[in-house]
Ligand binder design. Structure first.
Ligand code: UDP
Length: 406
């Protein structure tokens, strides 16, 4: 994609602004490093961000570290322990595994030609030991590390302190006492992604029909992995309450990875519960069902995201972009996105969820206005162009910060 194409969504003025911020960075060599090319929000955003940076004259590249199963088991453990303390402690063998793979990657990924290095998440963060003078390194932390397991944090902290900046999704995810400059940059969606592009009415209708959903009756939708923290059971209960007063259908659309035994378990339990109810559709979709998810989001009357915990909740952003009022759990990034009573509702209970869904189903004019507000909120705050600009501003700040300190 070329940056100019985004003018349709954000206007020429914003494109000019992005170009102006990028101007002093032309020719700068920027490297992004993460641990996978496929799957997950990090790689999805890098796929779109790197070409845009290049289009702006920045010499941006993306590299991926290598690791075996043992290494990724350790990094998953680190991930979980940074999230919250747990029983499965980090052992000295784990640390050796982490350091050994880091060492292998030090010779595999040559970071020396770059002026700016973005390291995403804990897996590649040990590469910092190769930092040379004059470079700026940024740790892009995609997880909530506000209440970590302290021993794991101590291990990570020795790397963190060597970075020039750390970036979090939302302020609440930041660890107190971090000594390096902290920045908040929220994730974003790309309006040109298959999941977000405008769709033909006939395609939307035929998608609903394919799944046996009635296109003429109101639809309540939650899209999320089959995960207890997304509270599909709470949604089912809320739907039962809504059904007493309104004629509507519920779609729980999601999926799970074949290596996630809990996903399958949750899916089976949800199926079991849903089979006792009328008008509930549980869809287990393959991971590349972008157009189907897009169609379901566009067909929905009300979108729900009743998470109990949530990182950011890109599904909320996606639905808001499609002018849907979203009823979302009052947690994590959902709180940052939904403006309560203006773009949708934040809820704290099953009863509250049912109440707000019903309110939106009954009052279609209010739902329409909220949907429009929601789209404008995403246009201003959660599109990829905003995230791109934030990164450019951050780079500008870092390359000028030595000068500022003098
Ligand atoms: N998603 C998908 N298929 C599914 C469930 C989710 O493609 O079966 C997508 C969804 O559209 C969104 C992302 O996966 O783009 C989920 O991101 P979010 O931040 O909402 O939640 P996470 O799964 O990262 O906790």
């Amino acid at each position: 994609m070329l940056i100019e194409q985004y003018a349709t969504y954000i206007g020429e003025g914003n494109i000019e602004e992005i170009k102006a911020v990028a101007e002093p960075l032309k020719g700068l060599k920027v490297l992004h490093v993460n641990s996978t090319k496929l799957g997950g929000g990090v790689s999805e955003i890098l796929y779109r961000l790197i070409p845009l940076m290049r289009d702006l004259g920045i010499d941006a590249e993306w590299q991926v570290i290598k690791g075996d199963e043992e290494f990724f088991k350790v990094t998953k453990k680190i991930h979980n322990l940074l999230h919250m303390p747990g029983h499965d402690r980090l052992t000295s063998e784990d640390i050796i595994t982490y350091m050994r793979t880091t060492h292998t990657n030090l010779s595999y990924i040559d970071t020396s030609p770059y002026d700016i290095v973005f390291i995403h998440d804990p897996q590649p963060m040990g590469l910092i030991v190769n930092k040379r003078q004059g470079q700026k390194w940024i740790w892009r932390c995609h997880i909530d590390i506000s209440t970590p397991d302290e021993e794991t944090w101590k291990f990570i902290e020795m790397f963190v302190n060597a970075y020039d900046a750390i970036v979090f999704h939302i302020a609440e995810f930041a660890k107190e006492g971090v000594k390096i400059p902290k920045f908040i940059i929220a994730p974003s969606i790309d309006p040109f992604h298959d999941k977000n592009v405008e769709l033909d009415r006939n395609f939307i209708t035929s998608t609903l029909e394919k799944f046996g959903i009635d296109p003429k009756r109101p639809l309540v939708l939650q899209v999320s992995r089959f995960d207890r923290l997304k509270d599909p059971f709470g949604v089912l209960q809320a739907f039962k309450m809504v059904k007493r007063a309104c004629d509507c259908q519920l779609v729980l659309a999601g999926g799970y990875a074949s290596d996630d035994p809990e996903g399958e378990e949750v899916y089976n339990e949800v199926m079991e519960e849903a089979s006792k109810m009328k008008d509930v559709f549980v869809l287990n979709l393959p991971p590349d069902s972008h157009y189907e998810i897009n169609a379901l989001q566009r067909a929905a009357t009300v979108v729900v995201q009743k998470s109990i915990r949530e990182g950011f909740g890109l599904v909320v952003t996606e639905a808001m972009w499609k002018e849907k009022p979203v009823v979302g759990g009052n947690v994590g990034g959902i709180r940052r996105q939904i403006v309560n009573g203006f773009t949708g509702y934040l809820v704290n209970s099953i009863e509250g969820t049912a109440y707000r869904i019903r309110q939106l189903l009954i009052n279609s004019e209010m739902a329409k206005v909220m949907g429009r507000n929601a789209k404008e909120r995403v246009r201003h705050t959660f599109l990829i162009t905003r995230q791109l600009k934030d990164y450019l501003v951050l780079i500008n700040y870092l390359i000028n910060s030595d000068h500022i300190q003098r």
